[in-house]
Design a protein around this ligand. Structure first.
Ligand SMILES: [Fe+2]
Ligand SMILES: [Fe+2]
Length: 193
């Protein structure tokens, strides 16, 4: 009997889709190195900390933005389309229904920890936010190149984004992330003189 490593398979699948996206996007955006790998690592740290199911969290993190990566539907609905795509992918591997539903819940509820229905949802949603703080250069790229923010506006743009992100974290992650958050704000935003 061949035993497949579902996580390895999904990793390979997501990486392949990211490669396709990168080769076709105007800005050659690298979803893995700019975003997914951070969510993947941070969600595992939270899963460890909160005693969540590691397999569910890993698959949820890998698949949470699959609709954006595969360019299916609008950004606004990417959690809905992501859930549909994730189901199609996991079905191909005969992934058990009960576990599949829990992964799909992570994908569907990843856009705010306020939507989390269980600890695995929460790990993915919080990691999705912490991933922004892990990759500050990407935020500057987003400001200057994607949102046409001017130099004199970039500080307030980043500040608003940081505050919104921090507020979207679950209460428990807010508490553990607080010191790091304060430090990041101080260093990145500097003193507002
Ligand atoms: Fe997302
Ligand atoms: Fe994301």
């Amino acid at each position: 009997m061949i035993v497949i490593d579902i996580i390895k398979e999904v990793e390979k699948y997501v990486e392949k889709q990211i490669e396709i996206y990168k080769n076709n996007a105007d800005d050659h955006y690298d979803f893995w190195n700019e975003h997914i790998k951070y969510v993947y690592v941070e969600s595992q740290k939270l899963a460890e900390q909160y005693g969540a199911d590691m397999e569910i969290v890993k698959l949820g993190a890998l698949l949470h933005d699959i609709a954006l990566i595969c360019k299916v539907g609008d950004r606004e609905d990417h959690h809905i389309n992501g859930k549909i795509l994730a189901e199609e992918i996991l079905r191909k591997y005969d992934y058990p229904r009960e576990k599949m539903n829990r992964v799909l819940s992570c994908v569907y509820n990843h856009r705010s920890s306020k939507n989390a229905t269980n600890i695995e949802d929460l790990c993915v949603a919080d990691a999705d936010i912490i991933a922004h703080f892990d990759n500050i250069p990407m935020l500057f790229n987003s400001a200057y190149n994607r949102n046409n923010i001017n130099l004199n506006e970039v500080r307030s743009w980043l500040k608003a984004g940081f505050e919104k992100d921090f507020n979207d974290l679950s209460d428990r992650t807010k508490e553990s992330f607080n010191d790091q958050y304060k430090l990041i704000c101080k260093i990145v935003l500097g003193e507002d003189i």
